[in-house]
Design a protein around this ligand. Structure first.
Ligand code: ADP
Ligand code: MG
Length: 172
């Protein structure tokens, strides 16, 4: 299906522009992920801090026959426009906020794409005028859903991925 005002497609979903400030992630019959759980996870993280993209509302488009997860529109910039000293400041904030989410019981789980999937390795981490932001909570987990042992395992993997990202972000 060809969507109007398409912005980008990730591994599973297409994201379209609704306005200057809003985008919608589309969930159709053949989308495997669940919009309700994705909305709940974003809302949980939004209540902790500003790292994860802001949830706006759920909607349905009769025209597109798609459920829509409406979010704040982020405008990614190229890392290379900023000197390394500034990138280091953004990284500090990013790491603090991600750790605060872990403390609160949210783990993102998708900082990095699996190496067998094409595309950019860290395309869920967007650099914006407000610093680094995270999108795509499709496979994120809440401690309350997966319990302690699994949650801690996910956090350990995420901490490794933060280190990989730092290296990528500073050396790009
Ligand atoms: N809030 C947003 N603002 C701007 N672009 C976005 C936003 N959310 C997603 N995108 C773009 O759409 C792509 C797909 O969204 P994503 O949530 O990562 O879906 P998928 O689960 O398919 O990977 C992203 O890689 C990004 O380029
Ligand atoms: Mg993605």
């Amino acid at each position: 299906m060809k969507y109007p005002r398409k912005l980008s497609s990730g591994a599973n979903n297409t994201v379209i522009v609704l306005s200057d400030t809003e985008v919608a992630k589309l969930f159709t019959d053949d989308t495997r992920s669940d919009i309700g759980s994705e909305a709940e996870k974003i809302k949980f993280a939004n209540a902790v801090n500003d790292l994860i993209v802001k949830f706006i509302r759920l909607d349905y488009s009769e025209d597109l026959k798609a459920e829509m997860l409406v979010m704040e529109r982020l405008r990614p910039m190229d890392y290379r426009a900023y000197e390394v000293e500034i990138r280091e400041l953004w990284l500090d904030v990013f790491e603090d906020e991600l750790r605060a989410l872990h403390q609160a019981g949210f783990v993102h789980r998708h900082l990095k794409r699996p190496s067998d999937i094409g595309g950019l390795a860290f395309d869920n981490i967007l650099l914006t005028e407000q610093g680094l932001r995270l999108i795509d909570v499709g496979i994120s987990a809440l401690r309350s859903q997966v319990e302690n042992v699994i949650f801690e395992k996910y956090v350990a993997v995420e901490i490794q991925e933060i280190h990989l990202f730092k290296n990528y972000f500073l050396n790009r």
